[in-house]
Design a protein around this ligand. Structure first.
Ligand SMILES: Cc1c2[nH]c(c1CCC(=O)O)Cc1[nH]c(c(CCC(=O)O)c1C)Cc1[nH]c(c(CCC(=O)O)c1C)Cc1[nH]c(c(C)c1CCC(=O)O)C2
Length: 346
């Protein structure tokens, strides 16, 4: 451990226990808004950065040291575990993952391989070991993309606005869709279990784009695999698990039935609304990241409003409603972190 004091406020809040202040971290807290990140990125591609354990660990640590946040998140991408099982993917700046051999047929689903974490992503596990045995004094969050969101990239071949190909595949080829969910579910369970075995203290599953489905279709086509992933990871590891997605306010009641500890909210649903809907898990979120470009007074007023709703009960973690982005100033996130800590310290 970097210092003798391990800050476990984030883990306590995940478990619904009381904390001396509201813990905070930011989605995409390692990224191009940091001059130090941009400097390292000049020398490596995205995947090179995350595949060299020392570089991965350095980039993961940077926001913890720079912003004073209460948790680190592994520097990798949701596409990381798909590369070794046959998905040809590159990360294009300003675009995201682009896949040159998209999945379009049942035969394409058959061809996807099985993930053996120690063999296929040893660098991820090595970076986690470096971070958790000596470098960090805050918890490390491991993560994975959820099957629907991963499927959306590998079927569309890249980012999408309406997910026609993905949902078309789901409706037109339900058996093959099920096979795909099973495969991606196995991959996600193996990947998350390996991350925790290597030292990760909690895991977040990003189902960023699942809000494209209505609640009935979510129940039919996606909820079973999500249930299995969370149940198997919880059973095997016992660490807190977080479920997050964008534009998924209409799915919150479905998520509340999953065996998760924390639900991550985007900015469309307030903490109060989620509680009024009967969501009884710990909550994480949800300042609109666009607000980070507004004058400080506006950011502070909105943060206050969110914190006033969150801090009334244990089981709350401050975060953004989605990732931070290149135009955000480091100073803004530093100031916001200080504000969250000071405003909620009891
Ligand atoms: C959908 C999704 C992706 N990746 C991820 C998601 C789920 C969360 C979300 O909804 O944002 C998850 C992710 N991607 C990254 C992390 C690392 C940890 C962290 O949050 O700091 C995490 C947790 C690094 C990254 N992943 C990516 C970057 C930028 C890479 C670069 O330096 O060019 C980073 C730091 C690339 C990426 N990868 C993806 C996108 C949309 C992009 C951004 C494209 C861009 O705007 O340039 C797919």
């Amino acid at each position: 451990m970097a210092s003798s004091h391990f800050n476990d406020t984030f883990l306590k809040a995940c478990r619904g226990e009381s904390t001396p202040y509201v813990p905070v971290w930011y989605m995409r807290q390692a990224g191009r808004y940091q001059p130090e990140y941009r400097k390292i990125r000049e020398r490596y591609s995205f995947f090179e950065m995350s595949e060299i354990p020392e570089v991965c660990a350095e980039v993961t640590r940077l926001p913890v040291e720079q912003l004073g946040v209460d948790a680190a998140i592994l520097f990798a991408d949701i596409m990381t575990p798909l590369k070794p099982v046959g998905v040809e993917v590159e990360i294009r700046p300003g675009v995201g993952p682009v896949i040159s051999n998209p999945v379009r047929t049942p035969a394409d689903v058959e061809r996807l391989g099985r993930l053996e974490p120690e063999e296929h992503v040893p660098y991820v596990l090595e970076a986690i070991r470096l971070l958790t045995t000596e470098q960090l004094n805050v918890p490390l969050i491991g993560f994975a993309g959820a099957p629907f969101t991963l499927a959306s990239y590998i079927i569309e071949g890249g980012p999408s606005k309406n997910y026609h190909q993905t949902k078309g595949f789901m409706y037109a080829q339900p058996e093959s869709w099920q096979a795909l969910m099973d495969k991606l579910g196995d991959l996600t369970v193996a990947y998350l279990k390996a991350q925790v075995a290597a030292g990760a203290h909690a895991v977040q599953v990003f189902d960023s784009w699942v809000g494209a489905l209505n609640a009935d279709d979510y129940r039919t086509y996606v909820a079973p695999v999500m249930h299995r992933i969370f149940a198997e990871v919880k059973e095997a590891t016992g660490v807190p698990v977080i479920c997050f997605g964008i534009g998924a306010g209409h799915l919150l009641k479905e998520w509340n039935r999953l065996p998760v500890d924390v639900i991550g909210l985007d900015w469309r649903t307030s903490i109060r609304q989620a509680r009024e809907m009967g969501i009884d898990k710990s909550l994480q979120g949800n300042l609109d990241p666009s607000l980070l470009l507004a004058p400080w007074e506006m950011i502070e007023a909105k943060a206050k409003e969110i914190l006033d709703q969150g801090k009334v009960a244990p089981g709350y973690i401050f975060n953004l409603g989605h990732g931070t982005f290149p135009e955000v100033r480091v100073e803004t996130l530093q100031r916001l972190t200080r504000f969250v800590h000071e405003y909620t310290r009891n």
